[in-house]
Ligand binder design. Sequence first.
Ligand code: FAD
Length: 398
Amino acid sequence: MEKTDVAIVGAGPVGLTLALALGRAGVNVVVVERDAEINLSPRAMVYLHPLLPDLDRLGLVAGMLKRGFRDDEGLNLHLASTGEVISIPNTALDGIDPFPFNIHLGQGEYCSLVAELLADLDNVDVRSNSEVVTIDDQEATATVHLQVKGVSQALEARYVVGADGGHSVVRASIGASLEGTTWGERFVATNVRFDFRSRGFKSSNMYIDPEIGCIIAQITPDGLWRCTYQESLELPESTVADRIPQHFDRLLGADASVELVDFRPYRMHQRLSSSLRSGHVVLAGDAAHLTNPTGGLGLTTGLYDVLLLEEVLLAVLRGEAGDELLDRYAEERSRVFSHVSSPNATYFKTLVYDTTDPAVVDAQVQPFRDAAKTLEGQRAFLSGLDMVRSPSLTGAHS
Ligand SMILES: Cc1cc2nc3c(=O)[nH]c(=O)nc-3n(C[C@H](O)[C@H](O)[C@H](O)COP(=O)(O)OP(=O)(O)OC[C@H]3O[C@@H](n4cnc5c(N)ncnc54)[C@H](O)[C@@H]3O)c2cc1C
């Protein structure tokens, strides 16, 4: 049977980034991906400034800036009821942060970039059309059972990482379940062409309104934007496309000419896997936890999983630590999701879409107003965006 050090299930952003981190450290990695090609549908697109030194270490930032664009404008809250705009620009970090900006880049483009870098590594093999059916965990290794174009195959690995998304087969194979709640609305992510700047929007905006609340963010320098809004689940999913023009009519006026490029309706969850580790199998990214994307903490949390898992797996594979360190990874990333990512994403979703009382909205945005007033306040807020990072478990980064 074929053998490798680490088998990663799923060539999404989490699986590919982990493959790059481990591959660059000399680990033999096989990534198995069910689909034939990288998923280019509208999904995550903002990479926050505290993550950029890590992505730069992996050789990604230059390519990301080439394919996407640099956002110096930071957070912008628009209160629809009053017209107030509260801005906390990334320029507050100029001179004190090596990367005083966020990067906007579609998740599919990010994956294509990582896949290109992986193609140069002889010790990493990314295989498409390879669907994992189950994992068989044994005393010293785990066996990944695959279907490759209808043919059964098996791969033995010292460790298996499930980065296979929300419907994770790897999670099911370790007997874990997703616990938490599913929101009672549908999100609709649209990619559109429209000059949102002509209406006072900046690179990244939360438009707060209980009727037409939305997230508006620029995807490319040449004018592709993301607008994500929510609608009632009582409306049929089959007619989402028919209703998209109504959203833009209400947001921008019927005279606005918005070109719809792509869209994707989806359900949102606040859910955490009951376990992130069993034997030689570990979970990361959406396989481990699911959050609504308001505030951009979905993929961000997954990429911070990668940073800790990189450190932990390297220590274990090199014999510098026992594999109980994987339990500490599992506990720590569960803690971050439960106590940081999920509550913050819930707070932002409720603020942007669900709060009907203007006095409550006013009170909720007051901390942002206060932070926006001074350079020190802006810096403190922007530094706080590193809250989903875990401390080092081996002392490697302390
Ligand atoms: C419409 C939409 C909009 C979003 N917007 C945002 C946003 O603005 N900000 C944000 O932070 N997050 C956002 N998210 C969430 C973000 O996209 C996810 O957090 C991110 O994709 C997680 O990456 P991942 O690599 O863990 O999983 P995925 O991207 O889901 O990748 C999993 C991969 O595993 C593969 N796979 C699955 N099963 C198997 C199997 N059995 N065998 C082999 N391969 C398998 C899949 O084909 C896929 O390629 C959004 C999600 C959606 C759906």
